[in-house]
Ligand binder design. Sequence first.
Ligand code: AOF
Ligand code: ZN
Length: 371
Amino acid sequence: MNDSRQDEHMNEEALMRRAICLAQRGIGAVNPNPLVGAVIARNGVIIGEGWHERYGGLHAERNALAHCTEDPAGADMFVTLEPCCHQGKQPPCTDAVIAAGIARIFVGSDDPNPLVAGKGLSRLEAAGITVVRGFLKEECDRLNPVFFHYITHKTPYVIQKIAMTADGKTATRTGQSRWITGEAARRHTHETRKRCAAIMVGIGTVLADDPALTCHLPEPRDPVRIVCDSRLRIPLDCQLVETAAEIPTYVAACRMEETKAAQLREKGVHILPMPEAEGHVDLRALMRKLGEMGLDSVLLEGGAALHEAALRAGIVQHLQIYIAPKIFGGDAARPAVGGLGVAEVAQAYRLTDLACSRIGEDILLEYEVEV
Ligand code: AOF
Ligand code: ZN
């Protein structure tokens, strides 16, 4: 706990915002579980705080109770997510909150996990605790779009990332694509890589750019790498294959030559045999498979063909479009989204919930994809 805060009187919103900040410390370490933070306070003074630090570890509520500097009986708890009431990898948090004698609990998000879903709050109320639900709900909900999607659909939350010029190109007519956006925007992408369980590209991108798809941050966390490669064309000497022994690498393929598959396996690549849809990997089937593997989030980094197929298959939830202040022009220059495209304006993929920010000299547009 931060000592400088010990005697500071904070209002209820500030205490919940502190819990939100703590929750963010779990980024990249808790998937497929939620980011959760908890603060315990008496008369607005923090006496304990905690967060969900890593997958399978203590939940935020129990961490906060364990770090109390005094007996929490009669104190308030601020927790970003409804406390669980089931036995999972950890025992129910409701039991710990009740046993500690917490008097009031302020809860941000509801937990859509069918094992919890309202039952956690009922149990606390039945024990005589005053429950304030939906407290700063929107801010708390923003912590966990991935968890909310994964726990209800059992498929990963898919973020489609595009870095393009102001005229919508992702490479020049000669195929050059390094770099379109500036350094700050590229660093931002590495932050997104860090929070995703997996990163996915199409075989076209591997053949054109030979990417490593690793996270280049001071404290990196490399997501699992997935290549959609229906005909198993991936070169044995590309960076992804060369590093497959260190970073889990999966190739989703529909038709394959057994010798090639054996050579790839030899190098540590996992092959995921997938059904075909319209001549390519069936992306819906692949998402179900990745969900079964416990992967809660996928960052889709292109290329143009995969971006179009993903939108068409309806597997994308969130879009991140970086726009660089450059124009390439050229009919032969690669567009951000390829394929055939829609024929009519009315068939456009619709985007909602725009969030717009400036990163260095680039613009970042974020949207949800309308279902
Ligand atoms: C977490 N961390 O701080 C809270 C969670 O298998 P378990 O026991 O870790 O339970 C995971 C479920 O517990 C999770 O899906 C969510 O519904 C609930 N709350 N989970 O990992 C936490 N508060
Ligand atoms: Zn719990």
